[in-house]
Design a binder for this molecule. Structure first.
Ligand code: ATP
Ligand code: MG
Length: 412
């Protein structure tokens, strides 16, 4: 991509009401646009990052048997009435709308009801189970105070997987597998070290749920972390009882702020019973399906990655999800130098590299470097009169500032 053709520019100003670091940097670097509080659009560079996050999540969900679907945002009140989740007294963050004939609809804030209805058409016998379906799709939540940039939005993407099992054992087995898949995802996203499996409140059908919490001062949650055992407890369930149950010592725990990047829930028959999702077991008896739900917010993950990987100059993207791997910065002056820089760009493309090529005219080296630091691509490839005279390129790492010189002929 030629930066001269990229329609987004880096910006000096950010919206006055924007308080969060992730949104500030992403807006200034032209990755996102703030439509209103808690509502953001993704622009080319931001969308590339988001798609890479989604791909990693999809790969790991496919690897544990997830089948991808795409459900509607518009929700039929009837099914939500059956599970007693239609009322605004019970669910306080519904967005609701109306058809022309005045019938009310909801904009999905989650999809347990919808997916359970779909499965009723397809699950009849024990032979049809277990099965796992997921989507990466838009959710709407009328959040009271969206103050964490793209980490708490009123419209946001969620990867939500739902598991359908015959027995509690079968469910538990998948639940454990999902924990491993989640840790793989966060490791691939560069958040592995800072992300803790965290015990949280479980609702009616299991004692605990599990959250994946990434340590950061930008987080809205408080958790108690055992760094050696790599496990944490959310403040909301912290007690002597849980310490004993998990074999943790109070003295080994540190209180930390953290971002909930994902969570997994055992749902039992909470949705299958009221909605009538049943199967015939091997003895011909009707049984309700045992369910689980497994969420990750790709946008929140992206915000979390910015929060934990930035410095006073800008963002520092991990390689796996950087919008581009190489920021080729042209400081060429003469026509001949520009042509040679263009050849380097073409060569990198032919080598299959993802390159953002800063071919913009009339900008100082300082301005180009400042923009590059803000955007946060892992490697700068700097081409100048000096490097060209030596048939070389200067490579500078965004994260460490380390530089090295390589010969153009040695590019690979
Ligand atoms: P929180 O406790 O932060 O309000 P939640 O427990 O309601 O989130 P879930 O309903 O389980 O979250 O959603 C699954 C995942 O979706 C969360 O772990 C988070 O990554 C993401 N998510 C939830 N709410 C938002 C939001 N308002 N904006 C962006 N991502 C969100
Ligand atoms: Mg939560």
């Amino acid at each position: 991509m030629r930066q001269s053709e990229l329609f987004t520019k880096t910006l000096k100003e950010i919206p006055k009401d924007e308080k969060s670091k992730n949104a500030e940097l992403l807006i200034r670097a032209g990755f996102i646009y703030k439509e209103m509080a808690g509502v953001y659009s993704y622009l080319p560079l931001g969308l590339r990052v988001l798609n890479k996050i989604n791909n990693i999540i999809s790969e790991e969900m496919n690897a544990i048997g997830g089948q991808e679907i795409f459900m509607t945002c518009l929700q039929n009140p009837e099914i939500w009435q059956k599970t007693e989740r239609w009322s605004d007294e019970i669910v306080d963050n519904w967005f609701k709308t109306r058809l022309k004939n005045d019938i009310e609809l909801g904009l999905g804030f989650t999809h347990e009801e919808a997916v359970t209805s779909i499965m009723k058409n397809h699950v009849k016998s024990y032979k049809d189970l277990p099965c796992y379906v997921y989507q990466i799709q838009t959710k709407f939540r009328n959040e009271l105070r969206p103050k964490s940039g793209i980490m708490r939005c009123r419209e946001f993407l969620m990867k939500d997987l739902y598991s359908f099992s015959r027995t509690q054992d079968e469910h538990n087995n998948f639940y454990e597998k999902s924990k491993e898949a989640y840790m793989k995802i966060f490791t691939r996203l560069g958040l592995g070290e800072k992300t803790y499996l965290t015990f949280a409140s479980g609702g009616v059908f299991s004692k605990y749920s599990h959250e994946f919490q990434t340590l950061s001062d930008a987080g809205e949650d408080l958790i108690y972390v055992d760094k050696n055992k790599k496990i944490a407890i959310n403040k909301e369930v912290y007690s002597e009882e849980i310490l004993t149950e998990l074999g943790l010592e109070k003295n080994n725990l540190i209180e930390e702020k953290a971002i909930e990047v994902g969570n997994i829930f055992s749902l039992g028959k909470k949705y299958s019973e009221p909605l009538g999702l049943k199967y015939l077991d091997e003895e011909g008896k009707q049984q309700s399906v045992i369910m689980g739900s497994y969420g990750i917010g790709p946008g929140r993950v992206m915000g979390a990655i910015v929060e934990v990987n930035c410095d006073d100059k800008g963002m520092i993207w991990p390689k796996e999800i950087a919008p581009y791997q190489i920021h080729l910065i042209s400081l060429a002056k003469t026509i001949e130098e520009k042509e040679r820089t263009e050849e380097i760009y073409q060569k990198l493309l032919s080598l299959g590299q993802e390159v953002l090529f800063d071919d913009r005219e009339n900008l100082s080296a300082g301005q180009k470097f400042a923009d590059s630091d803000l955007i946060g691509i892992p490697l700068k490839y700097i081409v100048s009169t000096k490097t060209l005279a030596e048939e070389s390129i200067e490579i500078k790492e965004r994260k460490t500032g380390e530089t090295k010189i390589i010969k153009i002929a040695d590019l690979k």
